[in-house]
Design a protein around this ligand. Sequence first.
Ligand code: 13P
Length: 253
Amino acid sequence: MRDYIAAGNWKMNMSIANGKDLAQGLIESNTTSSDKVILCVPFTHLAVVNEILKGQDLIHLGAQNVCCEPSGAFTGEISAAMLTDAGAKYVLIGHSERRGYYHEDAGILSKKITLALENGLKVIYCLGEPLEVRQANEQNAHIKTQLESDLFLLDASQMANITIAYEPIWAIGTGKTASPEQAQDMHAFIRATLESKYGATIAQNTSILYGGSVKPANASEIFSKEDVDGGLVGGASLKVDSFAAICNSFPPK
Ligand code: 13P
């Protein structure tokens, strides 16, 4: 059975002090309905948040990016080995903000995914279509191309360490959420595409998260859908109360 996951993406927000308080507050709020909570924090916060998370096993640490090279003269970059050294267990790869603002294409993303897995990180692979693709009703073809070019170079054993996050770009930070039915349709399509490449077991075991304006008011309806296994949450993950409420929005198993 696949995991229910609530992942918070803090993006470029939070002081270290506020990040520590948020992590501590989430531990104390003792959420129960998700199998896993993942906090994807800025690089500068990894080591300190890792200290806060020690001694419990619900909330896991993630990074938001990783370099596509293993080590060496890449000024300003952070390697996969450095992330594990700082305590990260997960890393986001393929977020639309990285694809859009930093021109990360399939070649770069594949290198990042491979390096992350080689260094023992689990990958939260993000994909999603822009508004004009949705308006033209071409979202399935767009998503299939992203899966094929970024992810399908992996073998079956590597796929066991991949979580997928479907984030329609038009729903990120806009307050405009995909309807639960739109999310379910796309997640079912992603799972069917995984099945055609890797078989039913891998497709059934891969958690597929929805991201894009998830908040306490809409999380339980979205998470109630059969192929939606959780959320990747931006803005609403920055406050203990709202993120804890989202972590508690999963249906009973
Ligand atoms: P919001 O929840 O702020 O829309 O952000 C979604 C997102 O991009 C998470 O990675």
